[in-house]
Design a protein around this ligand. Structure first.
Ligand SMILES: [Zn+2]
Length: 462
């Protein structure tokens, strides 16, 4: 009957089901998935505890742990409430779970067993899977080696901080401006890293519409001087990053330019600097940081520099503690402007201080190109974690794998002398027209009225 009808209207053609090519009415649209991803992302920005960079040799996203006091189904509940407020359809719990695990696997609910260190995780698996006595012994030995190594590295860090503090207590602080290598300070210790970014506007009680938008992002780069007990947090607004619209905020040019600014303005005039930082193999940043430090020593800004890279997941360092305090304060505060974020940073603890990057106070330079053309690349850089530079050995870096391992000299430059001139200056990327319009139309309405910028007449509400 139907077949006859089909043949009469369509001729002899295969029949297709009416639903083919159509999406079922209850299928998730791209928009809905995007909303879920955006919600979880924003939720983790507010509540997550980001872990240091992924362990050595791996380029994957570092994990972000959410407090276990709020399980996933409660987060889903918050999401449903937020959806109601903006009147969009909320996805059901099971889809919420599957979108989460498919799109944001690095955001996890913390549990007492979650280990921050992938290497530890792997070693534990090896032990569990070991069959023969011999295998078991080897696996256990490897694990012990790893832990002992981490202990040694941590011990070095503690030792560095202790020395730095003692020195600070015994020497009178120099009057600024401080010239390099000009004071009685022998060693000053620095730790530096990026924090998870924050966004404005941010209201402590907000759940809802803003969770589905992309507010203005502010990056935080912290440099802690443990001896002095101070941490300066550079706030990089979205229009002040090297790339346009907040892009390229974590590249080597940014890191080195800020480090340079910090050395110039806040150093103790010490002869030797000791630096601790996270190892970030994926970003290939290390090569440039090493080049920069070698440059400093070669032109006499320091007599010697030590650079130590930490094992992520095993070190609790001061700079992260400072970030945690900022985060705690930020969560309970209302921020509508960049200045509000700066206030949060400064008030979060006695040691935290904010430095807003604006009007070219911190100049970005093209360090990457300069270092690439001046120094040879360091071969096998990934396996080394400790680097020493000395004015007595110009152009040479001493590398070692372990804290008390052998120091291997590597020549990065054959010249004794090197140009003192800074490389080319880079201007911040600013905001694109689209992003400005988006911020004006979608984000500005969420800013409390008294804090809205009235000096941008370009986009009048239609
Ligand atoms: Zn480990």
């Amino acid at each position: 009957m139907y077949i006859v009808k089909h043949m009469k209207t369509h001729g002899i053609k295969p029949r297709t089901h009416g639903n083919i090519g159509k999406k079922p009415h209850n299928a998730l649209s791209f928009e809905e998935i995007k909303f879920v991803v955006q919600f979880i992302n924003r939720y983790s920005e507010d509540n997550g505890l980001p872990m240091p960079a992924a362990p050595r040799g791996r380029d994957s996203e570092p994990p972000i742990f959410l407090p276990c006091s709020t399980p996933k189904n409660e987060i889903h509940q918050l999401y449903v409430e937020a959806c109601h407020e903006v009147q969009i359809r909320a996805v059901k719990l099971s889809s919420f779970y599957s979108i989460w695990s498919a799109c944001l696997p690095n955001i996890q609910i913390a549990n007492p067993r979650s280990d921050v260190c992938n290497t530890c995780e792997r070693h534990r698996e090896h032990i569990l899977n070991a069959r023969s006595e011999n295998e078991k012994l080897t696996a256990t030995r490897n694990f012990t080696d790893h832990i002992e190594k981490a202990e040694r590295e941590h011990h070095l860090y503690i030792q560095c901080i202790k020395e730095a503090r003692e020195e600070h207590q015994s020497i009178q602080l120099p009057e600024p401006p401080v010239r390099p290598c000009s004071t009685d300070f022998l060693k000053t210790h620095y730790t530096f890293d990026f924090a998870q970014c924050v966004s404005v506007p941010h209201h402590s009680r907000q759940v809802g519409p803003l969770f589905f938008e992309t507010p203005r992002k502010i990056q935080i780069f912290g440099i802690c001087m443990e001896g002095a007990g101070s941490q300066r947090n550079y706030l990089i607004d979205e229009d002040q990053t090297i790339g346009r619209d907040g892009k390229n905020a974590h590249g080597p040019n940014t890191v080195i330019s800020i480090l340079h600014h910090h050395f110039q303005n806040y150093s103790m005039g010490e002869k030797c600097a000791v630096l601790h930082c996270d190892n970030c193999p994926g970003q290939n940043k290390n090569r440039y940081v090493i080049g920069y430090l070698l440059w400093r020593v070669m032109i006499g800004l320091h007599r010697a520099i030590e650079l130590h890279m930490q094992i992520p997941g095993h070190t609790k360092c001061q700079v992260d503690a400072g970030f945690a305090q900022i985060k705690k304060k930020y969560r309970r505060s209302d921020c509508d402007t960049l200045q509000h974020v700066a206030d949060v940073v400064s008030k979060s603890s006695k040691s935290n201080e904010a430095v807003i990057i604006e009007d070219g106070n911190v100049k970005y330079y093209e360090w990457k190109e300069y270092i690439k053309t001046t120094f040879q690349p360091l071969k096998g850089i990934r396996k080394f974690h400790h680097f020493t530079f000395s004015a007595l050995l110009p152009g040479v870096v001493l590398c070692s794998v372990d804290v008390d391992g052998d120091k291997v000299p590597v020549i990065l430059s054959n010249h004794d002398q090197i140009s003192v001139n800074l490389s080319l200056e880079i201007m911040p990327g600013g905001l694109s027209r689209e992003r400005q319009e988006y911020l004006y139309k979608h984000i500005r309405p969420h800013v409390r009225e008294c804090f809205r910028d009235t000096t941008c007449p370009e986009f009048h509400e239609e």
